[in-house]
Design a protein around this ligand. Structure first.
Ligand code: ADP
Ligand code: MG
Ligand code: MG
Length: 204
């Protein structure tokens, strides 16, 4: 597909629900190492609620808004308001469009990631989901065509998540560990990479 329309975005959320459910224990184990061990359960609950509530939204903006509000209402913890803000801001950026091409998707993702940074008062390098999301935006912006943009964003997010292993957490529960947070991947960065790889798969 060369456009992200409501059917493709709906397929994304179904794939995200499946992938998060399949990796729920892995995500919670990552969180147990440097946080409170609930990240997988939080996200599994949230994306299950998203697929149950989604229905047939009128356009991508309405879809993103429903996803954001549902995540805010069901995920809890730090990641619920953060991922919720991301989708709410993506909805605002997608207003008036029936489908998104590569350039529009890069702009929408950028708006969402800015929402995460604003809500979390975080910058890249602090061992959070932003360390996967920020390079994903840059990769999406530099790619030619939608499938290239989605693959590049997913790959950049994965590399960004892997790079959190050596970082010291400066935000969220993991920051309580200080230097002892190094040596473990950040769970939120890992789930962000998972979500972007689900999108690349759904749009294929
Ligand atoms: P909690 O820490 O409340 O249990 P989760 O376990 O669901 O929430 O989510 C933890 C993830 O949230 C972290 O791995 C990190 O990626 C992300 N996170 C936490 N605080 C922030 C922040 N201020 N800015 C960006 N991301 C954050
Ligand atoms: Mg947690
Ligand atoms: Mg928690």
């Amino acid at each position: 597909s060369e456009l992200l329309d409501v059917p493709v975005l709906t397929a994304w959320l179904k794939r995200a629900d499946e992938m998060v459910a399949a990796r729920q224990t892995y995500l919670s184990d990552l969180d147990a190492a440097i946080g409170d061990g609930d990240h997988g359960a939080n996200l599994a609950r949230g994306f299950h609620a998203v697929t149950a509530k989604l229905g047939t939204p009128a356009d991508p903006a309405a879809l993103f808004k429903t996803v954001g509000m549902t995540l805010i209402g069901t995920v809890g913890g730090a990641s619920g308001p953060l991922y919720g803000s991301m989708f709410v801001e993506m909805g605002k950026a997608a207003a008036g469009k029936s489908a998104l091409d590569a350039a529009a998707w890069a702009d929408v993702l950028e708006a969402g990631v800015k929402g995460v940074a604003a809500r979390g008062k975080a910058v890249p390098g602090e061992k959070t989901m932003l360390d996967a999301l920020t390079p994903a935006v840059a990769a999406a912006k530099g790619a030619a065509g939608l499938s290239a943009a989605l693959s590049a964003a997913a790959e950049a997010a994965l590399q960004g998540a892997e790079a959190t292993v050596s970082m010291i957490a400066r935000k969220g529960r993991a920051s309580y560990l200080g230097e002892r947070s190094a040596g473990h991947a950040d769970p939120g960065a890992t789930s962000a990479a998972l979500l972007l790889s689900a999108l690349a798969e759904a749009a294929r």
